[in-house]
Design a protein around this ligand. Sequence first.
Ligand SMILES: [Zn+2]
Ligand SMILES: [Zn+2]
Length: 101
Amino acid sequence: MAFRRTVEDFACGHCGAPNHGDGYTNHCAQCLWSRHVDVDPGDRADTCGGLMAPVDAQLERGRWLVVHCCTVCGVQRRCRTSGADDVDVLAEVARRRATGF
Ligand SMILES: [Zn+2]
Ligand SMILES: [Zn+2]
């Protein structure tokens, strides 16, 4: 399925922060929580709708990847971060992962 760009603003389902969607990310820039709405990135075709917790963060070639785990169905997704995301929160997620919480 082709990537479809969906630009939308949304309020974070976890912390309530208003987010300005850029069409590529649908996670919160403040707490990194996401929502399980895509089958392929951007298609909004999944009906799960569960909140996705940031469970891991990895630095790959100078860019952070965040791993989300759906709190409803347990699916895990790796997601690219954007420049708007809070690097301190990414580092905290990575540290928690490394120390086993
Ligand atoms: Zn949030
Ligand atoms: Zn789910």
